[in-house]
Design a protein around this ligand. Structure first.
Ligand SMILES: [Zn+2]
Length: 222
């Protein structure tokens, strides 16, 4: 369910499976597991705090109690549970992650190619490579590039395009920001670039890679 609605942070659902370690799988999952450079949500199943972990064999999201001694043995198959995601953290991750797509688009507008990304709070960055003609090797070139990226981001946020997911003919989930950018992605995103606030960035070059470190927040709820 986290793929269809970033803002759905509380849901009553049913337990599909349990393990002896107290882990659970639920029918409708609102928890985003770590992946694609984006950190995992944190949340609760009833009163038990859990971390979602993706099981790569089954594709299921497993909810693992944070406290390994937590007793979830009272939960059994088909039981109804209330699941809840830490909403401020969810919105912070979604804003940082969506801003990452925006910065990728901004970098591509300068002729750069994406090589890596990290959307963790406090260390968010997008990395690019560029040909000699467009790589900002001198300090003043880096500052000029940072100004161009900031201007691109500010104009895009002003234009407020929707951020929408669709499925392509190969079954991949494609996330598009208006007509600025589209990429295969399994993360959580804000509804529109107008939901982003306090986007700022700096540009460094390390071992031939351009590193754009950035910050972003979700616009305060109205
Ligand atoms: Zn994404």
């Amino acid at each position: 369910v986290y793929l269809t609605d970033t803002y759905l942070t509380e849901l009553v659902t049913k337990v599909l499976a349990t393990t002896s370690a107290g882990e659970l799988v639920v029918e409708s999952c609102i928890f985003h597991p770590q992946g694609g450079g984006q950190p995992a949500d944190r949340g609760w199943v009833d009163a038990v705090e859990v971390t979602p972990v993706k099981d790569h064999d089954s594709g299921r999201v497993i909810l693992r109690p944070v406290d390994a001694s937590a007793d979830s043995s009272g939960q059994s198959w088909a039981q109804q549970v209330t699941t809840r995601v830490d909403r401020p953290l969810r919105l912070r991750h979604a804003a940082l992650h969506t801003a990452g797509h925006l910065i990728e688009a901004a970098g591509r507008s300068l002729g750069w190619e994406l090589t890596g990304n990290n959307h963790f709070p406090g260390q968010a960055r997008i990395e690019f490579t560029a040909g000699a003609a467009t790589s900002p090797t001198m300090p003043e070139e880096r500052e000029r590039a940072a100004e161009q990226l900031r201007a691109y981001a500010a104009a895009a946020i002003d234009a407020a395009p929707a951020v929408e997911a669709s499925t392509d003919h190969d079954g991949h989930r494609i996330v598009a920001i208006g007509d600025l950018h589209a990429a295969p992605c399994g993360g959580t995103h804000v509804h529109s670039l107008a939901d982003l606030a306090d986007v700022d960035l700096e540009v460094k070059v390390k071992k031939g890679r351009i590193r754009v470190s950035y910050t972003a927040k979700h616009r305060p709820a109205e």
